[in-house]
Design a binder for this molecule. Structure first.
Ligand SMILES: Cc1cc2nc3c(=O)[nH]c(=O)nc-3n(C[C@H](O)[C@H](O)[C@H](O)COP(=O)(O)OP(=O)(O)OC[C@H]3O[C@@H](n4cnc5c(N)ncnc54)[C@H](O)[C@@H]3O)c2cc1C
Length: 390
């Protein structure tokens, strides 16, 4: 069997590559796979300018129309776009909630006024954060307790969010709140758009294991939010969370597989440099990682075919789980190959500026954010395999 892209896709690819050659900033070309935020900047200035350039040229979300930063690309052209960007390691944006989660949610459920916020969210002019998780509501998101009570034309919000990415720099928050505590927990949640400079909001940065502080705790004390900032129907927020998380997962596999393939190329180089490329254990482990990456790419493509034929792709349920866990295993192998030096995180002294140790630490984030690996396994067991709840 011979698989090949059609002439339309190749023309689309050529146009994209010409654009990338001309416009990609040096910082985007040279970003490393383990890199956090430079110089403590949560969203570097170059990435803001780059996101705006992509939007203005219709390359931010190619499947959207030009007024939303796209060029009405087909799903297959979008796949070509995601693959080329991922293969070159070029990020679209350094803050994904606005374009990847908020925009599709507001386009689908928002009022005209809320939909008007979408272009700036995609262009990156407005920084958004997502207020879902709370200290006692992460995997069990429906258990959230941040309350919003109507008082005249305002909701009054009280409670706490945690792990809120970009909250330290965000101008707006898509915040999930409990509006009816007297009904089953999934039925009493609503979604509010909250301006982060509203009095009563306190943001406390959280520093994670790599030293970067790009997420935070957010405290709400008697925060008044106009009633018109409700997205969708009152108490229909759970349905909207399902959409938000689906948007987060869609398309992530392409980047996940590309990151995996880049790590495997790095592992081969590392094994040669350390003189262990002929070691049977190392060879077997790298070969295993490589065959896993190849299978995942094939499964990703099969999912696209399923989606095109039946509007659903059970294959893609596996991808977030499999790529994030395989990525973690690759970086762990990189540390193992280096022996005692493997755990040196220091960018100055660690091999390849601490690529393997830092990459290993960062790789945990992908196995947690957007639904942990355990929760992904539960979803696959119940929804894909039809097994009963445990
Ligand atoms: C990098 C990063 C960015 C994030 N950004 C955001 C953000 O912007 N906004 C936001 O709202 N949240 C964000 N989160 C939070 C993330 O959504 C939660 O961490 C995640 O949903 C897990 O919730 P938790 O941390 O409360 O863990 P818990 O739900 O308390 O889980 C703890 C452990 O128990 C396991 N577990 C829980 N329930 C089950 C079960 N039923 N079956 C089997 N095992 C189970 C979990 O898998 C996990 O290992 C982010 C997290 C990370 C790592």
């Amino acid at each position: 069997m011979h698989l090949a892209w059609g002439p339309d896709e190749e023309a689309f690819r050529a146009e994209l590559l010409a654009f990338l050659d001309e416009h990609t900033p040096m910082e985007a070309r040279t970003r490393r796979d383990f890199q956090g935020c430079e110089d403590g900047e949560v969203i570097p200035a170059w990435s803001r300018a780059w996101q705006a350039t992509l939007f203005d040229h219709g390359w931010m979300i190619p499947g959207y129309p030009p007024e939303l930063g796209g060029r009405d690309a087909t799903p297959v052209q979008t796949l070509v776009y995601l693959e080329e960007m991922a293969a070159r390691g070029i990020p679209r944006s350094m803050h994904f909630p606005g374009y990847a989660i908020v925009a599709p949610t507001l386009l689908e459920h928002g009022t005209d006024e809320q939909r008007a916020l979408v272009p700036a969210a995609i262009r990156g002019d407005t920084v958004w954060c997502i207020g879902m998780s709370e200290p006692n509501a992460g995997s069990d998101l429906a258990g959230l307790t941040t309350r919003a009570e109507l008082d005249g034309d305002d909701f009054v919000v009280n409670g706490q969010k945690v792990w809120t990415s970009y909250a330290t720099v965000a101008e707006k928050c898509c915040c999930y709140v409990r509006t009816d505590p007297h009904v089953p927990k999934h039925k009493g949640i609503s979604l509010l758009v909250v301006d982060m400079d509203t009095p009563g909001i306190e943001v406390r940065p959280l520093r994670h294991i790599t030293g970067v502080a790009d997420f935070a705790e957010v405290f709400f004390t008697d925060v008044r939010v106009p009633r018109t900032n409700l997205v969708g129907a009152p108490n229909d927020g759970w349905r909207l969370t399902q959409g938000s998380l689906a948007h987060e997962r869609a398309g992530l596999w392409v980047e996940g597989v590309a990151r995996l393939e880049q790590a495997i190329t790095g592992l081969i180089d590392l094994a040669h440099r350390r003189g262990v490329a002929g070691d049977p254990v190392v060879r077997r482990k790298i070969a295993e990682a490589s065959s896993r990456a190849t299978s995942l790419r094939a499964l990703g493509y099969k999912g696209i075919t399923s989606f095109a034929r039946q509007g659903a792709s059970p294959e893609h349920s596996y991808m977030k789980l499999a790529t994030s866990e395989a990525g973690k295993a690759c970086f762990e192998l990189g540390m193992e190959i280096q022996g005692a030096y493997g755990s040196v995180v220091d960018e100055e002294r660690g091999e390849e500026a601490g690529r393997w140790a830092l990459g290993f630490l960062i790789s945990f984030a992908n196995t947690i954010a957007g639904g942990t690996s355990e929760i992904q396994r539960n979803i696959i067991a119940q929804r894909v395999l039809g097994l009963p709840r445990s």
